[in-house]
Design a binder for this molecule. Sequence first.
Ligand SMILES: *Cc1c(COP(=O)(O)O)cnc(C)c1O
Length: 428
Amino acid sequence: MHDLSRRLPASAFRYQNGSLHCEGVALDAIADSLGTPFYCYSAGRLRERYRAFAAALAPLGVGIHFAMKANGNQAVLKLFASEGAGTDIVSGGELARSLAAGIPGDRIIFSGVGKTAAEIDAALASGVHQLNVESFEELRLVDAIAARRGVVASVALRINPDVDAETHAKITTGKKDNKFGIDVALLDRLDNEVKALQNVRILGVAAHIGSQIMKATPLIAAYRRLGEIADDLKRRGLPIERIDLGGGFGIPYRGEAELTPASLATAIAQTVAGRGYHLAVEPGRTLVADAGVLVAGVTYVKDAGHMRFLVLDAAMNDLVRPAMYDAHHDIVPVNEPAADADLTEYDVVGPICESSDTFDKHIRLPEMRAGERVVLATAGAYGATMSSTYNARALAPEVLVDGNRFAVIRRRIDIAEQIGWDQVPEWM
Ligand SMILES: *Cc1c(COP(=O)(O)O)cnc(C)c1O
């Protein structure tokens, strides 16, 4: 028995009448009207994920700030906002997107290692809940800009706790030699430095040690460290009342054991809960990843003699994670395979002129034909937001399904529109 769809969340993606559906809508029906490739998200699954986190963390009084760089579509933000979420942002662009989706400033945390003066100014103008400051240089700049505005900025110090998140090197952020956060050893400079600053109020500490973390152990180490640092800074007279635990909660791309909301809640309960601090988390990937798929068409089944390639109409510009992080996305046919179908080995690739434009190698699928469709599973996080127009390709549209209806929530940005972005100097 082949159950190729087993790693798609069954509450959102199921075979019905021989073809893969998102909730009540056939992916083929969307593909027939829109063309491929496109991203498809299940609103029901987004709500289900958010509610699972909220239910586990609410008893501990933990605020949830969706790290919107994982998926910043206005419709997705509005959905989470209506569930009560705030956002964690990393740029002025994400600030504008949050505000446009109706998320008020006081539900926004601004993270990021290189905030510009203009971004800090815009954040203070919209009254953000908290700026997570990553260096003393940034702290001084925030103070100066806040002084000019005549306000006092609410600031948390992003600490580099020097904890190994045990994840991919490119998404590790909490080790001493990563660019993120303030080295714990430097905190001794704080007393003198901070006393002179009139327009910042350091009311929290924050950490975010990496992404796609699958075990509670590194999180527990980081949270414990943050709790100690918060206590220590309080003893030194800073008005610390908040601890921001960051995000990074992993999801099972290959069917690994999941870091569940319950185990996260336990990690928080064991370390920082119940000590009088307001707590927050910044989950991105875990709220959106498995609610989304990238639907692609098979352009060719290329017989290379010793092996076979599935050449898709989706490419690394649409979904860069395999090329960038060696990430794995299960590939599932839209047509339901017969239970006893023979499996064939394929390398699944895109059309771009780079060998890294490969989605997977040596995967076993039923016999595929040109014109059929597949989904790349677990593509709701860092998919559309990391897409580009490389090779003068369109930006793939995004679709939201809710029950029996679907809507295009970002149209395809086609080449005519992209050519219009360019300007030829008049002297040419
Ligand atoms: C990216 C990021 C997050 C979210 O990370 P996920 O792995 O998607 O949960 C949270 N906080 C900060 C500061 C980030 O940069």
